[in-house]
Ligand binder design. Structure first.
Ligand code: C5P
Length: 211
């Protein structure tokens, strides 16, 4: 019997802490990651999920690794990717983190209303995995764009060494349904789908099957 395929899925937001109680994050719900994991499981594959903090539950049978920061997400992905057939980057990792973490809770200062923070960039998980991707592995990335969707999506596909990029718009954040366009490395439109996240996910898997 062939060994079951292992599909690495990044899911949900990450958090970057300013102090022990305050953090930077975004509205990603993890629903796309959960839909991908459910479909992979139904197809007989093993979903290997690296997830930031989310309220939903992932399907039974999935391997789940819970993280908070983008660097932790990268650390787990680097460890897990070599034993997976491919990765789907459905997470919305924070792209920036505060330059300094305050060990003590920050408090208001008398006198000035201005509070200045400096941020530094966090590592790009897919781009890092893209550098170590083997011939027998694949990468699917997502691009959420508000303008120049095609150009931005294609440049992300190249920078992150993806096989497919799924372009969507901000309305899909935290929503049950959305519309997506999927492009390949030649910039060709391979699918144009709207509907439930499950419908879109099926399309993503059928494109991966054709690689
Ligand atoms: O944030 P950006 O538009 O670059 O995200 C595009 C893709 O890259 C998504 O699939 C996202 O999961 C992934 N990404 C990542 N690590 C980051 C930022 C984004 O893997 N630090």
């Amino acid at each position: 019997m062939p060994t079951r395929q292992r599909i690495l899925i990044t899911s949900g937001p990450t958090r970057e802490y300013l102090d022990p109680v305050r953090f930077l994050t975004n509205g990603s719900s993890g629903r796309m990651g959960a839909a991908l994991a459910e479909t992979a499981w139904e197809r007989g594959q093993i979903p290997v999920i690296v997830s930031g903090p989310v309220a939903l539950t992932y399907p039974d049978g999935a391997e789940i690794y819970r993280v908070e920061t983008t660097e932790q997400m990268l650390e787990y992905c680097l460890r897990l990717f070599p034993d997976c057939n491919g990765v789907i980057g459905a997470a919305a990792p924070c792209d920036f983190k505060p330059e300094h973490f305050s060990e003590q809770k920050l408090s208001k200062t008398e006198g000035s209303n201005d509070v200045l923070f400096r941020f530094t960039e966090t590592p790009d998980i897919l781009a890092t995995l893209g550098q170590i991707k083997r011939q027998d592995q694949w990468i699917v990335g997502f691009a959420l764009e508000t303008e120049n969707g095609y150009d931005h999506a294609l440049s992300k596909l190249r920078r992150k060494n993806c096989d497919f990029i799924v372009l969507n718009s901000p309305e899909s954040i935290n929503s049950e349904t959305a519309s997506f366009r999927i492009f390949n490395t030649s910039g060709k439109l391979c699918a144009d789908v709207s509907g439930s996240k499950k419908t879109i996910v099926k399309e993503i898997f059928s494109l991966i099957d054709g690689l």
